[in-house]
Design a protein around this ligand. Structure first.
Ligand code: ADP
Length: 384
């Protein structure tokens, strides 16, 4: 089934920045697309052929959207999986497959999947309510500190909290979840894997994720990670094993912890283009977005090596700024060699909302890091 010079259409659930960046490639290849998002001004709106407004979690909306499309994909995992199963039954290709999404949407299911398949992960215990966590503490069966995670609908750290005292527990939402041992993390790593319909797999280099201490969100991605070859090989081998286990089609971002004992633990995966792979637009032979499109259309994958090293910096909304967005000082960084800003096109900024990113390429990673820090200090995402 060739999509080149045809009227065949890719449907994308979600029209955020990931959708917008996927569309750079469908535009490049003149492939038709249709996007569904609940926001009438979603970033991907301008680059697709057809834009629909609707709720991605609503069964009937998703089912109706899939009419007249040939392949359906996602750019966000919170979508109605039952609808995807029904769409798959009708003979439309759905990538990532609904069974992959059903595991990933629920953090507890994901953890159980790793345990069953003997992939090293932080030890965990299921708790159906906050009350039962408190009881275990009273009975001396649970000690501080630990990490609490909500089973579903968490992202960017919203459903995750490090618990150090009874007071921290009072702040939790009473949703089913689990607790995890607090890991002594040396570095947080990510490996982006791509797998196509034929089972061909390519991995991007291991990258390092540097988090902002306040917001607990990724601030910098360093590509490649500053780790030795042995750790890099170990991380890639775990990522490839996971990719084969999930048997997914498309991009899968594999988030790992490198512990203080040099052990590698799986934290979680995302079966879609990922923030930790944005570097690939400027740094790789083939970007994660192009790889995803190649994979879901049954095309051969491209080379996933880096052409050059570098850093990606997330641009997020400044604290206490809510409203129509303004990017200040962006022109000041544009004269620096190797610097490319990306603006997502979201109309409104909010504290810590991802509004854009900047890629800095440089032959020397230390130079890229210095420039990245300067970029972060210079550009401010504020409200008008
Ligand atoms: P989200 O899906 O919201 O991104 P994660 O499960 O990735 O949530 O957790 C967010 C961050 O919290 C991680 O990147 C890491 O910094 C920290 N974290 C999560 N689990 C642990 C753990 N078991 N030990 C130490 N830190 C953790």
């Amino acid at each position: 089934m060739t999509f080149f010079s045809s009227s065949k259409t890719i449907g994308i659930l979600g029209g955020g920045q990931l959708g917008k960046m996927l569309l750079y490639n469908t535009r490049k290849w003149d492939i038709k697309t249709k996007v569904l998002d609940n926001n009438p001004n979603a970033p991907a709106k301008l680059s697709c052929d057809e834009f629909h407004v609707g709720d991605l979690m609503d069964y009937q909306t998703v089912l109706n959207f899939a009419k007249n499309i040939d392949v359906l994909t996602i750019e966000i995992e919170n979508v109605n999986v039952k609808a995807l199963e029904e769409i798959e039954k009708k003979g439309i290709k759905v990538y990532p497959q609904p069974n992959v999404l059903a595991i990933i949407q629920n953090k507890l299911k994901q953890k159980k999947f790793y345990k069953e398949n003997k992939i090293p992960t932080a030890p965990f215990r299921e708790f159906k309510s906050i009350k039962s966590i408190k009881e275990e503490i009273i009975h001396g069966n649970l000690c501080f500190p630990f990490v609490w995670k909500s089973n579903s609908m968490g992202y960017d750290g919203f459903g995750v909290k490090i618990i150090k005292s009874n007071r921290d527990i009072e702040e939790l939402n009473d949703t089913p979840g689990f607790i995890e041992d607090l890991v002594e993390i040396k570095k947080e790593l990510s490996v982006i894997i791509c797998r196509n319909v034929k089972g061909e797999i390519k991995n991007f280099p291991v990258v390092e994720m540097i988090f902002n201490n306040d917001s607990n969100q990724v601030e910098y991605i360093i590509s490649p990670a500053r780790i030795n070859n042995e750790i890099s090989r170990k991380a890639i081998s775990i990522a490839l094993k996971l990719s084969k286990l999930y048997n997914h089609v498309g991009i899968m971002a594999i988030e790992l912890f490198l512990t203080s004992d040099n052990e590698i633990l799986i934290n979680e995966v995302a079966p879609r283009p990922h923030n930790s792979g944005h570097f690939s637009i400027e740094m790789s032979y083939t970007s994660q977005f192009e790889q995803h499109i190649r994979a879901i259309l049954g095309l051969p994958l491209g080379e996933a090596k880096n052409k050059i090293s570098g850093v990606m910096v997330n641009l997020v909304g400044e604290k206490q700024n809510n409203g129509p967005v303004k990017f200040s000082n962006i022109d000041q960084i544009m004269t620096i060699e190797g610097v490319t800003p990306h603006i997502y096109g979201k109309k409104e900024t909010r504290p810590n909302r991802k509004m854009g990113h900047v890629t800095i390429v440089n032959e020397k990673i230390e130079n890229a890091i210095k420039i990245a820090k300067k970029v972060k200090e210079t550009i401010k995402v504020i409200s008008k």
